[in-house]
Design a binder for this molecule. Structure first.
Ligand SMILES: NC(=O)c1ccc[n+]([C@@H]2O[C@H](COP(=O)([O-])OP(=O)(O)OC[C@H]3O[C@@H](n4cnc5c(N)ncnc54)[C@H](O)[C@@H]3O)[C@@H](O)[C@H]2O)c1
Length: 171
């Protein structure tokens, strides 16, 4: 089965590795990478893919609703995988606002678009940080209570809860 898939934050550390994985395992998928190219994004991570016909890069912000909708229409997107985030704990302590804008507002824009265009699948990339700190041993489970300890973790927990609520409310 083929798929048109929008990867957000694909120029970052994990997103670029995911795009490489996807294009290797599913060479016929049409991949659109939408990334704002903040200090954390590096398009050179994807140099080897840039000339492929079924890979496209869009320089843009996930909080930009008209742009997100335009991309979904243009590429007939069926699935979103949302890696885009402000992702560094220390920066969130200095500048929490941008974490709420990108991680919470940005996720909301993507969810609204997924609802509007009735996408098949929405995958949100979370973080273990939403569960707080482990001691020296042990592990988190999905049933572990949320206990974010930084503005970064709180913004990721908030976006996870929005995703959950869209699943429950809008299916
Ligand atoms: N790195 C980790 O250890 C880790 C662990 C658990 C979860 N995560 C989560 O995985 C995801 C990816 O993490 P990473 O380490 O690859 O992060 P990263 O900081 O390397 O990459 C984030 C990417 O998002 C882009 N971006 C930032 N704001 C954007 C916006 N408003 N619109 C579009 N693009 C934007 C950046 O340019 C960058 O390319 C994040 O959601 C993060 O919370 C990371």
């Amino acid at each position: 089965m083929n798929m048109n898939i929008l990867i957000t934050g694909g120029a970052g550390f994990i997103g670029s590795n995911f795009i490489h994985y996807l294009s290797k395992e599913h060479p016929t998928y049409n991949i659109v990478n939408m990334d704002l190219l903040t200090y954390a994004g590096n398009l050179h991570n994807l140099d080897d893919l840039k000339d492929k016909a079924n890979y496209n890069f869009v320089h843009g912000n996930i909080t930009n609703q008209p742009l997100v909708e335009q991309v979904i229409r243009k590429y007939q997107i069926e699935t979103i995988v949302n890696f885009a985030a402000e992702s560094h704990v220390d920066r969130s302590i200095l500048h929490p606002q941008i974490f709420v804008e990108t991680n919470v507002q940005g996720t909301l824009v993507l969810l609204e678009a997924a609802k509007k265009f009735e996408l098949r699948k929405f995958i949100q990339i979370s973080t273990d940080e939403v569960y707080g700190s482990l001691g020296m041993t042990g592990y988190f489970q999905e049933t572990t209570p949320l206990a974010p300890n930084s503005p970064y973790a709180a913004s990721k927990a908030a976006s996870d809860l929005l995703v959950r609520s869209y699943y429950q409310t809008y299916n």
